[in-house]
Design a protein around this ligand. Structure first.
Ligand code: FES
Length: 63
């Protein structure tokens, strides 16, 4: 998707070392598994694959 001045993302994506992706700002999360789309303001998404609550991080990466 090409970004222009009308649809620029307001979100910030941070890669937490050895942890999740932290997304903050104005964004929509479309979760196909739960068939819903929500605006959360901040979310931590699992990158390690160990979370029991995917796509969200549940701190399993710390174990
Ligand atoms: S990154 Fe935290 S549980 Fe996977």
């Amino acid at each position: 998707m090409e970004l222009n001045s009308e649809n620029k993302s307001q979100a910030k994506v941070e890669i937490i070392e050895f942890g999740p992706l932290k997304i903050t700002g104005n964004f929509l999360l479309k979760d196909l598994k739960r068939d819903k789309e929500e605006s959360l303001g901040e979310v931590l998404l699992c990158r390690c694959g160990r979370s029991a609550n995917k796509p969200f991080c549940d701190d399993s990466h710390k174990k």
